[in-house]
Design a protein. Structure first.
Length: 321
């Protein structure tokens, strides 16, 4: 059973699975709180190899809108004349084990991870440091981009590194608030107070209608397309398609971060309609030798924090403090 089914399912099987995993969730939550208390009481201290560091995080496992928010904050900070470097984990890639300054130019998702490859595709001149060792990433940032804002895509639960601003995305989720593995929470939801800003709250995220482009950059509007995605929460993408006026035909939903390199993948998708994909999935699909045999449409998601002027003033005040 897929984790999402266990966490959100209302079937008898899902309920029994949650009940069986409940003791492990309690142990996980207690263990996490013990780890957190060591930092709160000063038994462990976070290090500060660079400043300022802004973290965009969440409490949920899987997708939570961090990447669109990271893209938005890059633009907000650049509009404030700030140099920005993004630190991304590179989940599942060989580069995720340490931390490496990515070279200029397009990045292969097989080496650097799908999210860094997507960020570079969308913002070609964006400096990226890839890897889960965030302290090392901050050291690399300080050596190569002293004075720049290091923007962490994820990492709220990474306590060894001192973050100067933590922004937590925590949309309402009333059904299952258990910790892993019986629920989706990486740490107890009560720990929201660790963040400097929780959204929604004082500010909200405005999710704009999807924009659709062909790989060459032409703006299009797909009609009854097939949908192919490998996301943690594919239902969010399907909802966004519906809000944008697109009625999907066949749906091919794969696990989050799937490489999308199976040789028979495209053969199973109807050939009489375009295939709509996310930007994160396109950077993987574009490396397939048979990609030119099909018609792809890339759905681009943009978000903003509103009220925009008040948020920029809040962010500026925090950076200047």
């Amino acid at each position: 059973m897929h984790p999402g089914e266990i966490w959100n399912g209302r079937t008898l099987g899902a309920r029994l699975a949650r009940a069986a995993l409940f003791p492990a969730s309690v142990l996980y939550g207690v263990g996490w709180q013990g780890y957190l208390e060591m930092y709160r009481w000063g038994l462990k201290k976070p290090v500060e190899p660079h400043r300022p560091i802004i973290c965009i995080g969440n409490l949920l496992a899987g997708g939570g809108g961090k990447s669109p928010m990271t893209l938005h904050l890059v633009q907000v900070l650049r509009d404030m004349d700030k140099a920005v470097v993004v630190s991304a984990s590179g989940y599942g890639s060989p580069r995720s084990e340490a931390a490496t300054l990515a070279p200029s130019g397009p990045l292969s998702p097989k080496e650097w991870g799908d999210e860094p490859a997507m960020l570079r595709w969308l913002i070609p001149d964006l400096p990226l440091i890839v890897g889960r060792r965030r302290v090392l990433a901050a050291e690399i940032c300080h050596t190569n981009y002293r004075g720049a804002v290091m923007l962490m895509d994820d990492g709220f639960q990474h306590l060894p590194l001192k973050k100067h601003i933590s922004i937590l995305l925590d949309p309402p989720r009333p059904y299952n608030r258990l910790c892993l593995p019986a629920g989706p929470y990486r740490e107890p939801r009560e720990n929201r107070s660790r963040a400097d800003l929780v959204i929604p709250g004082k500010f909200s995220v405005e999710v704009r209608p999807l924009r659709f482009i062909e790989p060459e950059g032409n703006i299009v509007f797909p009609t009854s397309p097939s949908v192919l995605c490998a996301l943690g929460r594919p239902e969010g993408f399907l909802d966004a398609l519906g809000r944008s006026g697109v009625t999907p035909g066949a749906k091919f939903l794969l696990p989050d971060h799937d490489a999308l390199d199976a040789g028979t993948l495209l053969e199973s998708i109807p050939k009489d309609r375009p295939i709509v994909v996310t930007a994160k999935d396109w950077v993987k699909l574009r490396e397939r030798p048979d990609v030119s045999s099909r018609s792809f449409v890339i759905a681009l998601q943009t978000t903003s924090v509103e009220p925009a002027d008040e948020f920029r003033a809040w962010l500026k005040n925090r950076l200047d403090a």
